[in-house]
Design a protein around this ligand. Structure first.
Ligand SMILES: CC(C)(COP(=O)(O)OP(=O)(O)OC[C@H]1O[C@@H](n2cnc3c(N)ncnc32)[C@H](O)[C@@H]1OP(=O)(O)O)[C@@H](O)C(=O)NCCC(=O)NCCS
Length: 392
């Protein structure tokens, strides 16, 4: 077998994240057009990249119907004006859709079969509300294959609170307030400016330019968070304040081989090193990143102490706290989500994995001593996903 080649993260862009509401940033915009915009933006800011040199376009979406339904990677490529010779496909691993797209793209480069891959994700939760367009097989429940709570993500987070009484509502709200504060700080420092691209969209008031994430609530405080009620269970601990939101978003990453990076004149931002996916009980899907990261670290002979930066998707505060406790990390460790996360920014399901990679790349740029990083997320129906990256 030939040697594994380097797969490099060259660049990445995302749209601002909108709220999935009738007056949200992208309420009047097609999901596929959002993906198209990210591809065009990537090509524009990398003029040395010959579009015909792109070997594949991989796009993820959880709801692959309607304007997210026509084999997104191919349809986005055609709509973005890529040459017809550039193929594309769609993937789905729910919340880890874009992370899976990145893994697929990186692996195609690592085996030497491809040199340049666009990998991203789109989710317009306003047009495709979570689980609205699926028809779960009745056997799931009739045969006890999953607990009924497994199909409601907020309930899976309540189950984690049940498992670990030490993971209190108070801790979850404190974690949520930290996510908001860190996001606000990152925003004020221009952290997102390097990868968030503006888009002109149609709204009830006519055309407007959207350029700033809509979901953060920088004014969040512990008192207000403590006053929110859980929609998932009477007396529950999971609220709109300590959960990720319902959002619209799109993101795309350019992955390339060393030769491609040189030809295109793009300085690589980080190197893809390895990946792991794991399965856990669907009714506590939030544990997923723990076995995924454990497996990844073990296979690479590493411990969590060797990792300098972790971008962990914040589906729910309680699930992040379970991760931190498992690895013996303090709640406010600078190692994990130093620039905030999905509780503040929002979580357009299949898009979020690409956002994590963008924030990690930016983190490497800002922390010159950081050598190793992880992007990790939990996934519905009981899965975890993790990718190990290293400084180039
Ligand atoms: C929890 C959830 C149901 C809430 O949805 P929602 O009701 O549309 O959320 P909203 O943004 O309208 O917030 C609800 C209320 O909380 C308030 N609120 C939300 N965040 C707040 C914060 N940080 N501080 C203070 N108040 C806050 C809102 O103002 C709103 O108050 P109102 O009812 O008086 O207007 C939804 O966000 C959810 O399902 N999240 C999880 C998503 C998910 O499962 N993703 C996949 C993970 S695997």
């Amino acid at each position: 077998m030939s040697e594994i080649a380097d797969a490099l993260y060259l660049d990445g862009v995302r749209l601002p994240i909108g709220r999935a509401r009738e007056d949200g940033l992208f309420a009047g915009t097609r999901a596929d057009d959002m993906g198209v915009h990210t591809v065009r933006a990537l090509l524009e800011r990398n003029p040395g990249l010959d579009a015909s040199a792109i070997d594949d376009v991989v796009f993820a979406a959880t709801a692959q119907v309607g304007d997210q339904g026509l084999t997104l990677g191919r349809s986005i490529g055609v709509l973005a004006g890529l040459p017809q010779s550039v193929p594309g496909y769609a993937v789905d691993r729910m919340c880890a859709g874009a992370l899976t797209a990145l893994v697929n793209g990186a692996n195609a480069i690592r085996v030497g079969a491809q040199n340049a891959v666009l990998a991203g994700g789109v989710e317009h939760m306003g047009r495709h509300p979570m689980a609205a367009e699926v028809d779960p097989n009745p056997r799931f429940l009739a045969e006890g294959l999953v607990d009924p709570s497994a199909l409601v993500m907020g309930s899976t987070a309540e189950n984690i609170h049940d498992d670990h009484p030490a993971l209190t509502r108070e801790r979850a709200d404190r974690y949520a307030a930290l996510s908001q504060a860190r996001t606000a700080q990152a925003q004020s420092e221009g952290f997102f400016d390097g990868h968030v691209v503006r888009m002109t969209v149609w709204s009830d008031e006519g055309w407007r330019v959207v350029e700033r994430d809509e979901h953060p609530r920088p004014e969040s405080n512990a008192e207000e968070l403590a006053g929110l009620r859980s929609p998932f269970r009477a007396g529950g601990r999971v609220t709109a304040g300590n959960a990720a939101g319902l959002n619209d978003g799109a993101a795309c990453v350019l992955l390339g081989s060393t030769a491609l990076a040189e030809r295109a004149g793009v300085a690589p931002k980080m190197r893809f090193r390895d990946f792991a996916f794991a399965g856990v009980a669907p009714e506590t899907m939030g544990y997923g990143p723990i076995p995924a990261c454990d497996a990844l670290l073990e296979r690479n002979g590493l411990s969590i102490d060797d990792v300098d930066l972790i971008e962990l998707n914040e589906a729910f505060a309680v699930q992040c706290l379970a991760f931190l406790d498992h690895f013996g990390l303090p709640e406010d460790t600078e190692k994990v989500n130093p620039y905030g996360g999905a509780i503040a920014l929002g979580h357009p399901l299949a898009m979020s994995g690409a956002r994590l990679a963008m924030q990690l790349a930016e983190g490497f740029a800002r922390k010159p001593n950081a050598a190793l990083g992880l992007t990790a997320m939990c996934v519905g129906l009981g899965m975890g996903a993790a990718v190990l990256w290293e400084r180039v």
